[in-house]
Ligand binder design. Structure first.
Ligand SMILES: [Mg+2]
Length: 456
């Protein structure tokens, strides 16, 4: 069963606001002067030394907050020490409001996931959670104060994963801190969800984003995704090595190329496929139906004039059935986990369209892409300057974009259409690890090595 690891402070007790920022707002509202470097010093001094000044074992959240506030006021404004309990009370109330919102979400998620916590805390997170009625939701609590290792060190995440009986590849880390939560998870190859202000810079283009843990289900278990596959090209560069065989049926490691693409999308959660073949594609249709009899299929047959016309046809067909979808070319080979990550990240990016990008470019005519700091594709093709990423045959579109597509004769090639979308700032970029295009005989051998290495 997959697992979800949560940070505690700023993640479960607020929507991405740290304890320091929350306490600062409370003290200011109470009229305590909080000049900035001094307040930060008083806060961190209290935070760092709490476990050595007091015996915290077994203390509740309320008791812990009382001590935290008392220590801050002692050094910041000793004459207002009487305000400590009120500051702690307000903080506790805010936290409880957040727990009430988050708890039903955690309960639903716990039906299909093991839940755990990874927190840089004081060593008493167990009793803090128990005091708020939350402890029973989590199979393992990794508290740095108990374990002696802190985020982002890998060891604290590994303890939690071992405690839950889960590998990093089937886990996701949810937290509000880029350096501690996101970087720590990234280091172990774990998926990660950043909580808080969606305009804040993320750690990497792979990060999923939510404004609050209450939105987590939207990115982790969203509506089922439909997919289109463009299998209408003639595969001219494979004709000499595979005479009489259309491209979707070219064997790669013993299976037709089109089966690999379906398999990868299937593992990304797709169960409904729309596939475009040309008029010579009947045998490939039969092959897909025989290999995947339980999936829902829509087959389109058309001898299109260009990659753009094929893309447009598939997109507009899918737009009749779905609010959003992915489209793959039949020759795009990538690890199933990466296909899934693309679909999730593309949806979470909130852009009308998204392109899968790769830094591994071995193509005769790559479509280069510049990725901006906001995760959007800033330039494509001839306008791209960095030449560090190229598109890799996997696309995400919303139905609105598909319905607004210009007529088939508007562009000669798909890349011209994509350039026009990118120029309008409408395209997110999702960087994937190695992906392959099977265009040439040598690509077939490379794809076989690649799939063998993946253990397929
Ligand atoms: Mg936090």
């Amino acid at each position: 069963m997959p697992c979800i690891l949560f940070d505690f402070g700023g993640t479960l007790d607020s929507d991405g606001t740290t304890w320091l920022e929350r306490f600062l707002g409370i003290y200011e509202a109470l009229g305590v002067p909080c000049p900035r470097p001094r307040f930060d010093r008083a806060f961190y001094d209290s935070d760092d030394n709490l476990p050595s000044r007091f015996r915290l074992k077994g203390l509740s959240l309320e008791q812990t907050l009382d001590l935290q506030a008392r220590c801050v006021l002692e050094s910041l404004a000793p004459e207002r020490a009487d305000l400590g309990p009120e500051a702690a009370r307000r903080f506790l109330e805010d936290s409880r409001a957040s727990f009430r919102r988050v708890r039903p979400v955690l309960e639903r998620l716990s039906a299909g996931h093991r839940l755990g916590i990874v927190s840089n805390f004081y060593g008493n997170l167990d009793s803090v959670l128990a005091s708020e009625g939350l402890r029973d939701l989590f199979g393992f609590v990794a508290d740095s104060g108990v374990l002696g290792v802190t985020k982002p060190e890998p060891a604290i995440f590994q303890k939690a994963l071992a405690g839950l009986g889960c590998g990093p590849e089937e886990a996701v880390m949810v937290g509000d801190s880029v350096p501690r939560d996101m970087k720590g998870a990234e280091g172990l190859g774990m998926r990660h969800v950043l909580v808080g202000d969606l305009a804040r810079p993320a750690c990497c283009p792979q990060a999923l984003r939510v404004a609050s843990v209450t939105d987590l289900e939207k990115v982790l278990s969203p509506a089922p995704l439909r997919a289109g596959i463009i299998a209408a090209g003639d595969g001219s560069r494979l004709k000499a090595s595979h005479p009489g065989l259309i491209k979707p049926l070219v064997p790669v490691a013993g299976r037709p190329l089109c089966h690999w693409v379906v398999d990868s999308l299937l593992q990304a959660g797709v169960a409904d496929f729309t596939v475009l073949f040309n008029s010579r594609g009947r045998r490939a249709q039969e092959s897909l139906l025989a290999a995947f009899p339980r999936l829902r299929w829509t087959f389109l047959e058309r001898d299109t004039a260009s990659s753009w016309e094929s893309f447009r046809l598939v997109a507009q067909s899918l737009a009749e059935k779905s609010a959003d979808f992915v489209i793959s070319t039949v020759d795009a080979i990538m690890p199933p986990a990466e296909t899934r990550r693309f679909a999730e990240a593309a949806r979470a990016a909130g852009a009308p369209a998204a392109l899968a990008l790769t830094g591994f470019v071995d193509d005769e005519k790559p479509l280069w892409a510049d990725l901006g700091p906001d995760g959007r594709v800033a330039a494509l093709g001839g306008d791209a300057r960095t030449r560090t990423h190229a598109t890799s045959g996997l696309y995400y579109l919303t139905a609105d974009v598909a319905r607004a597509m210009p007529p088939a004769q508007a562009f000669a090639r798909l890349r011209e259409y994509l350039q026009s979308l990118a120029a309008a700032g409408s395209v997110a970029g999702v960087v994937l690890s190695q992906t392959l295009d099977v265009d040439r005989p040598e690509d077939v051998r490379q794809a076989e090595d690649f799939l063998t290495a993946l253990g397929s």
